[in-house]
Every structure is written in C-alpha cells, then in structure tokens.
Write a protein that binds this ligand. Structure first.
Ligand code: HEM
Length: 427
C-alpha cells in the first residue's frame, strides 16, 4: 500500500470512496481518504455492485471499540472483507473466527507457547535468519528488500512449527496468494481460483503435518498435546489454527520491515538517530504504526448499536481500518511524522482486545533482532528502483523495494563472519 502524507484537507468526494477495491491501495491514496473520513464521516457505508455492503470505521476510538467488544461485534461471521457476506467455514474452530468463551479456550493455552519468555530460546535461531537475510548487503549491489523480507517470518515460524525447510518457499507463496489473490503476481486466470487453490493446498499441507505420527517437540507438537474442555483439538481445529498462525506471521511481518526501511530512506535523519544510539525497540513500534501491515479487520454487529453517534444495525458488517486508526490525530501528535522516538505510541497494528495478535511477542522479538542487526551494520540505505505495492485491501504490503546499502565502517567482516556461521535456518 502506498504510504502517503495528506497535505491540507484533501478534496475527496465521499460518494466515490472505494475501500473494497484492492487497486485503491496500489494506485489510490487511502491515507488521504481515511484522513477525510475520520473528520467528516467516522462511519462510512459502502455498497458493492453485487449489493453487499459494509460500514467502515476510521477513528482510533471506534476501531478499538469494534475490536474490543465481542458482545457487540462478533468474529464468528468472518473477519476479512474478502469473505464479506459469506459464512466463515472456520467458525469456532479457529481462534480468529471465534468469540469468547470458545476463543479463550484455544487462546489461553496457545498463548503460553507463544509468550515472550517461551520464545526467548528462539533468539539465536532468529538472529541467524536475520544474518542470512542481510547477507546480500556484502556485495553492495541493488537488493530487493521486500522479496528478501518475505522469507524472514517463514524461516523463524517454519522452524518454530517444525516445518521442513524445503517447503518454506512454497508456503511463503501460498500464504501471500491467500491474502492477495488479485495481485498480478499471484492471480490466476480463473479469478477466485487463486484463493481457493491456496487454501486447498495449505489445508492439505497442514493436515499432513498434523498427522505425522512421530512425537514432535515443536509448536505443532504442542498444539497436538493441547486440551480444550479436557479433549485434544480435532484435526480441523489443528489445521485451521496452524494455517492462521503461519498466515498471521508470513503476510504481515515482511511489510513491517519493508515499510520501515522505506521510511528510513525517506527520513534519513530518523535513521541517523538510530545509528547514533536511539532505542531500536521504540523505532520498531513506530515502524509498526507507520506500516500498519494488517490494514483492516472486520466484525458483524450482534445487535443494534452505535459508533461515534451513528446507528449501526444488527447484522451489519463493520470494518475497522487499522491503518487509519494509527494516523488518528486525536491519539497521535503529528500523526504523519515518522518519529523513531515516539512515546507514547498507542498503535493498533497488532489489533486490540481479545484477538490482539497472539504472535506479537514473536514478531517483536524478530523485528527487534533484525533492526538491531541492521543498525549495527548499515550506515545508510538508498533507493535503487521502482517500489511495487501489493494489490490487497487486507495487507498494506510492498512487493518490491530495491535498495542499496552502505555498510558502517568495519561492518563487512562482522556480517561475513555471522553469515558464515549462520548454517541452516532450520537447525
Ligand atoms: C508485524 C507482524 C504482525 C502484525 C502486524 C499482526 C497483526 C495482527 C492483528 C491486527 C491481529 C488481530 C486480528 C483480529 O482482531 O481479528 C492479529 C491476530 C493474530 N495474529 Fe498477528 N500479526 C503479526 C504477526 C503475527 C505472527 C508472527 C503470528 C504467528 C506466530 C501471528 C498470528 C496471529 C494469530 C493466530 C491471530 C489471531 C489471534 C486471535 O484471534 O486471538 N501474527 N495479528
């Protein structure tokens, strides 16, 4: 998605706003649209040519309210615009497609395996993955950071889940196909076929993985041991949750990386603050706010209610635009300024409430390690070609980000040695 900074009060006809069309995020200017919606139409309704409709909320307070309160807004009828109006086959089987208390029964045990403390043992492996990712910087040639970044979460999540390294490239492609089926890089001529084919392959793959008879001491092994209401998860529950975990990691994390580096290129003074010693963890949070890789999540109103004083009808689909909430001037000082030292930073890039990203501790560990290494090694990034944005209304993504990097004095031998000892990613 294009990350723009609206100037003044953009002149936008609210009747022509199309937040559904994935093309809006490639050639349009969603930030300008959201800017106007937050001011003039905090609840905005759109009807598609086929008659389906949804309400959009763009203010931080409304986005948080929709995501927080499952008694008013349910996750059981689908949480993405791509399945607007269709039943969600994963309802009550996948954490993301359930409400408490069913949701909590899955979430509470799973979050133990994905807590910051439980994941600390993964750090050496993730650092090796980061070094492998950064290896091409040694030759100083133009390097597509978006393409390289796409492999990063796959490597550490694949290792965590115990998925064979040989399968990772295919899984990276399938997960992206599942969230951007309209993107020219993934779209097949059969149209809807892209999404169905990706789902079919991924579900089949995870069913095979979950049925491997051997004991396993990885995340899939943990899920197989896990009990809800005193019983193990059924195969369909295992498969849906594995799918959701891998998708959650793969489709979002690369865009946090690419958008943050793009922001460093556009704001070299901010990158210099980091090489001068500013806190990387704080910068990672600003990168997440800036990128807002998960662009929206959807809920359905359980009963008649209201948001920002606007009535919402029972059964209405309500889309919470996270990218907009993260630029809300009611919450963020100077929201269009990229500020690596921003505190407080109440961004909702990981969502809010009961479905708050369960992978946030993992994503944070990985992003902090990666950016820690980047700051240690890279003096400056420069653009080296055309940026290509992902065609998706769900993921605010970058598909190509060609860059060159000038290494810091003495960094080349450090990186070369780290790469030489990185070994296999699945070790
Ligand atoms: C920068 C990286 C990430 C971003 C921006 C992100 C964003 C989000 C957001 C906004 C939600 C809330 C969904 C909702 O309200 O319906 C969410 C949920 C979720 N995420 Fe992430 N995510 C990231 C990384 C990860 C990782 C690394 C994993 C896997 C370990 C993951 C797995 C999940 C799962 C399974 C859920 C559903 C949680 C639930 O329903 O309780 N995500 N993520």
């Amino acid at each position: 998605m294009r990350i723009s900074v609206p100037r003044g009060e953009p002149d936008i006809d609210l009747g022509s706003v199309d937040l559904f069309d994935p093309e809006t995020y490639v050639s349009g200017d969603p930030h300008a649209v959201w800017h106007v919606l937050r001011r003039r139409a905090p609840v905005h309704r759109q009807t598609l040519p086929d008659g389906r409709s949804f309400a959009s909320v763009t203010r931080h307070a409304d986005v948080s309210a929709v995501l927080r309160d499952h008694t008013r807004f349910t996750s059981r009828n689908g949480t993405l615009l791509s399945i607007l109006g269709s039943p969600d086959p994963a309802v009550d089987k996948m954490m993301a497609a359930s409400d408490p208390p069913v949701h909590s029964r899955m979430r509470v045990p799973m979050s133990k395996a994905l807590s910051h403390t439980a994941l600390l043992a993964q750090e050496p492996g993730i650092r090796r993955v980061a070094h492998r990712l950064l290896a091409p910087l040694l030759d100083g040639e133009p390097w597509d950071l978006a393409v390289a970044g796409a492999d990063f979460p796959m490597a550490f999540t694949g290792a965590l889940m115990g998925l064979p390294e040989a399968d990772w490239p295919r899984l990276t492609r399938l997960t992206t196909m599942a969230i951007a089926p309209e993107d020219p890089a993934y779209h097949d001529e059969a149209g809807d076929g892209t999404l169905a084919a990706a789902h079919h392959e991924l579900f089949e793959y995870f069913a095979e993985q979950c049925l491997v008879p051997a004991q396993r001491d990885d995340l899939i092994g943990f899920l197989r041991q896990m009990k809800i209401d005193g019983r193990p998860l059924r195969l369909d529950e295992l498969v849906y949750n594995c799918y959701s975990l891998l998708l959650g990691a793969n489709v979002t994390t690369p865009h946090a990386i690419a958008a943050t580096v793009q922001a460093f290129i556009e704001h070299p003074d901010q990158y210099r603050r980091l090489t001068d010693g500013a806190d990387t963890a704080t910068a990672v949070e600003e990168g997440l706010r800036w990128a807002s890789p998960a662009n929206h999540f959807m809920r359905y109103a359980v009963a008649d209610t209201e948001l920002s004083g606007v009535p919402i009808r029972a059964g209405e689909a309500v889309v919470a635009w996270l990218g907009s909430a993260n630029r809300d001037e009611r919450v963020f000082d100077d929201p269009y300024r990229f500020d690596v030292g921003r505190t407080p930073n109440r961004h909702v890039a990981f969502g809010f409430g009961p479905h708050y990203c369960i992978g946030a501790p993992l994503a944070r560990i990985a992003l902090r390690l990666l950016f820690g290494e980047i700051v240690r090694l890279v003096e400056e990034f420069r653009p080296a070609g055309t940026v290509v944005h992902l065609k998706s209304n769900f993921v605010a993504g970058i598909r190509h980000l060609p860059v060159t990097a000038r290494l810091r004095p003495g960094a080349a031998p450090l990186l070369a040695e780290a790469v030489a000892t990185a070994g296999s990613l699945s070790e």
